[in-house]
Each structure stands twice: as structure tokens, then as C-alpha cells.
Design a protein around this ligand. Structure first.
Ligand SMILES: [Zn+2]
Length: 104
């Protein structure tokens, strides 16, 4: 007879110890690039933000990517804020759509 088939055996070493690097305090390149937009938008939890910040401290590649994206946004935001109000952008988008429909 064998009565050791239950769930009470001494298992459990498989849960938690492997592949858990993402839960640490330093993010990897993949995660950093993946969450770049959320990072810049401030839409991450404090934990993730600091994990990514720490990664950027020692990874020039990701830092470049974040810098570039941040700079790009700054320029776009700067130019758009004064000159292209939301309403105007809507009208342009509508006009373009109308034109496309007329051509079709
Ligand atoms: Zn990296």
C-alpha cells in the first residue's frame, strides 16, 4: 500500500526559487524596454519604478533608449502645447479621414 499520494508531501522547493529575478529590485533589459512608456508616463508602481531606475544606473543601452524617448516627448509636447490645440488636431484628423473616404 502506498498512502503518500496526498498533497502533504515535502514538495514545494519548485515554487518560488527559480525564475524569480523579475521580483527582485533590479529590472532586466527586456522589462525596461517593455515598460519604457509606462515608466515615462509614471504609470508604474513605486517598486517597478525603482527597479527600472536601478537597472538604468548600470545599463547604458537602456538609458539611451529612455533618454531618447524622453527627449522626443519633451520636444513634441513643447511644440504641440502652444501651436496645435487638441481641437485643431481633431479637425485635421477628421479632414484627413474625409479626404480618404472621398478618394476611396
Ligand atoms: Zn538594459
Amino acid at each position: 500500500m502506498n498512502d503518500r499520494g496526498g498533497a502533504n508531501g515535502p514538495v514545494g522547493s519548485w515554487c518560488g526559487s527559480q525564475g524569480a529575478a523579475q521580483d527582485g529590485d533590479v529590472a532586466n533589459c527586456e522589462e525596461t524596454i517593455h515598460r519604457l512608456y509606462f515608466f515615462l508616463d509614471g504609470e508604474l508602481t513605486e517598486d517597478r519604478r525603482s527597479a527600472i531606475s536601478k537597472h538604468l544606473d548600470h545599463c547604458g543601452d537602456c538609458l539611451d533608449a529612455v533618454d531618447f524617448e524622453a527627449e522626443l516627448r519633451r520636444v513634441i509636447a513643447d511644440r504641440c502645447r502652444d501651436r496645435v490645440p487638441e481641437q485643431l488636431r481633431d479637425r485635421i484628423a477628421t479632414a484627413l479621414r474625409n479626404e480618404q473616404e472621398q478618394r476611396a
